[in-house]
Design a protein around this ligand. Sequence first.
Ligand code: SF4
Length: 246
Amino acid sequence: MGLNRFVCRTIAELDAQVTACRACPRLVAWREQVAREKRAAFRDENYWGKPVPGFGPDDARLLVVGLAPAAHGGNRTGRMFTGDRSADVLIAAMYDAGLANQPTSLRADDGLELIGTRVTAPVHCAPPDNKPTPGERDNCRHWLVTELDLLTPTVRGIVVLGGFGWQALLPVLGESGWAVPKPRPRFGHGAHVELAPTRPDRDSLHLFGTYHPSQQNTFTGRLTPAMLTAVLVEAATTVGLPDARP
Ligand code: SF4
């Protein structure tokens, strides 16, 4: 996928173009099948069934990066981390960290606003079993490269949710103008690495790792709300978001 194929001058243009993408046949078929068949609890709803763009202000200082939208979460509601259990945990923690105006993320029209922070993913379509193929991940990479480029004037840190997102993000950062150390920094909950810029128009970028707020992690207690909030507060404080709560 050539990087010059799309020209996005603003985050709004990017979001509009992402939403129309059909580059991965397997994911297009899956997201639309899920939207047709629905989960019984949501059978009266109109599923989004399209790529889910990032969500949050276009002058964010902090980016929160997951892996891909959930079939009955973002793929249903049309907004990242909206309408599922992972969203419940993440947005409550973001609220506690001073990064959201409310502690819930239920629907695209629920009034949620993120503060100085944008949430996005290296893969914008819900994949079967939450697992994109390497080819699909590579297809989608240019959208995140463009998003980082557009956020460059302000973005100073990224919180990565989970090891899969971490592995997907590092090559994007290398392509986007930051030096990724060799060997690559290891993912871990509480990991914090500062990446130096390789281009004159970039500032250094702080990378933070946290376990993903999936049900698998939160139900087992591997990730508690306090653990997630602590990483978000550290990231927010590091990038200079003044509202971050201790
Ligand atoms: S995963 Fe990304 S590249 Fe593939 S169809 Fe969705 S938006 Fe397009």
